[in-house]
Design a protein around this ligand. Structure first.
Ligand SMILES: Cc1cc2nc3c(=O)[nH]c(=O)nc-3n(C[C@H](O)[C@H](O)[C@H](O)COP(=O)(O)OP(=O)(O)OC[C@H]3O[C@@H](n4cnc5c(N)ncnc54)[C@H](O)[C@@H]3O)c2cc1C
Length: 384
């Protein structure tokens, strides 16, 4: 299908991203998948290639354009190269973490941290989820107690992307005792070399092996009070404002991931023979391929509309939630069908579609589960 949201500048950028992906990410990908960790030096290389800080002002070493379509191009390219999990650390750093510094950092905080985030010298992580609570963010218990001109942080986080590679973490903490739990949450920046901060296990996931996902522990970690991002007690609203971009990012990735698996399956259906004919000649295969292609194209028009809306500053929380749940469930359906059409080969590690099936499954869970997405949409519609 013909897409109309990208202009010449975007396609030019795509060429350089594609070259970066082929040059830096594909070579060692299998080794990172085995070790459960992408080499941290890649962040510096991505910074040099202008991929990390597209939205960061030029004075801090970024690209100076708040055009999320450039970020989307990176996601599409790693999925096209069939190495999605090598792109996840960068996606999390650029699409999820940096926006908090851009939108809520004071001029001093921006001058201190944005240059390192743009160059890849600092790798970022965003820590919300805890062992006892994920969806119910207002119930988190990691505490930040004010002590003079410092905060003292205690607690733990789990499932944190870039948790092993990170140098700097935006931590959602409970900093007050306001009876309205949501009004006592704050965002506090913690550097990974602070005494009392430790990285736990690199968690053994079912897929996305090249992306590190870890536990983080805070034992009387002391940070200066000027590590507070935005207003004290304002984290819930800050998260609600920033999460739509994270969800659109996941939707873009889910769709590109499913599209690549579909392309591989179309080729396989032409080449694989059974009963003396290509398996694509069976009516069931044709119907499955037609269904997937139609659903992918229709989803693409919605996602492209949201990318354009985001550029215009009009992306809403509901539409981002719609894009996220629809595209990640579509990805689950498409991958299920693609594996089936590959027969036994589809279940082999050597098969790109088989690996894509296990890598993509979590997208309907992280970034807010799809049940939470539907809850957001339903509540806004009904005003409850
Ligand atoms: C690979 C990976 C990377 C991640 N990266 C990060 C990260 O970088 N930072 C971070 O903070 N977190 C991260 N997470 C955590 C992720 O965002 C959470 O796992 C997710 O939000 C769900 O929270 P939970 O696991 O606690 O599930 P729970 O909240 O316990 O939910 C369990 C089930 O109950 C359902 N449920 C819960 N509440 C409701 C409700 N009100 N209505 C209907 N159903 C409901 C859920 O939809 C789900 O099906 C990551 C997770 C994974 C797996």
């Amino acid at each position: 299908m013909k897409r109309t949201i990208y202009g010449e500048d975007h396609e030019f950028f795509r060429e350089s991203v594609r070259a970066f992906v082929n040059r830096e990410l594909t070579k060692d990908f299998d080794q990172w998948e085995r070790s459960g960790l992408m080499d941290k030096s890649i962040f510096r290389k991505a910074g040099d290639a202008g991929i990390l800080g597209v939205a960061i002002p030029e004075q801090f070493g970024g690209g100076g354009t708040p055009d999320f379509r450039f970020n989307a191009i990176f996601l599409e390219e790693v999925c096209r190269a069939r190495i999605m999990s090598a792109g996840l650390g960068i996606q999390n750093h650029a699409d999820v973490v940096i926006p908090y510094f851009l939108h809520y950092g004071t001029p001093e905080q921006q001058a201190r941290w944005l240059p390192g985030l743009a160059s890849g010298e600092l790798v970022g992580a965003m820590a919300m989820t805890e062992p006892d609570t994920g969806s119910d963010l207002a119930a988190i218990s990691t505490s930040a107690k004010r002590d003079g001109d410092h905060y003292v942080i205690n607690g733990s986080k789990v499932f944190i992307s870039n948790g092993i590679n990170c140098d700097i973490v935006v931590v959602v903490c409970r900093s007050g005792s306001d009876p309205a739990a949501r009004r006592s949450l704050s965002l506090i920046v913690v550097e990974s070399d602070r005494p009392g901060f430790t990285k736990g296990r690199n968690l053994d996931k079912l897929g996305q092996h090249a992306a590190d996902t870890a536990e983080l522990f805070f034992d009387n970690v002391t940070v200066p009070a000027d590590h507070l991002l935005g207003e004290e007690g304002g984290a819930f609203l800050q998260l609600m404002a920033m999460l739509p971009q994270e969800r659109l990012s996941i939707a873009v990735m889910a769709l590109a991931h499913a599209r690549t698996a579909f392309d591989d399956t179309l080729t396989y259906c032409r080449e694989r023979h059974a009963f003396g004919q290509p398996i694509g000649s069976f009516q069931n295969s044709r119907f499955q391929l037609a269904t997937m292609r139609t659903e992918l194209d229709i989803a693409q028009t919605f996602v492209d509309a949201q990318l354009a809306a985001h550029f215009a500053g009009e992306l809403t929380g509901e539409e981002a939630a719609q894009a996220k749940w629809w595209c990640t469930e579509l990805n689950n359906r498409v991958l299920q069908t693609c594996v089936q059409l590959h027969g036994g080969y589809g279940y082999m590690e050597e098969c790109a579609v088989g690996r894509a099936w296990r890598d993509g499954r979590v997208m309907s869970i992280y970034g807010g589960t799809n049940e939470i997405m539907k809850d957001i949409i339903g509540r806004r519609m009904l005003g409850v």
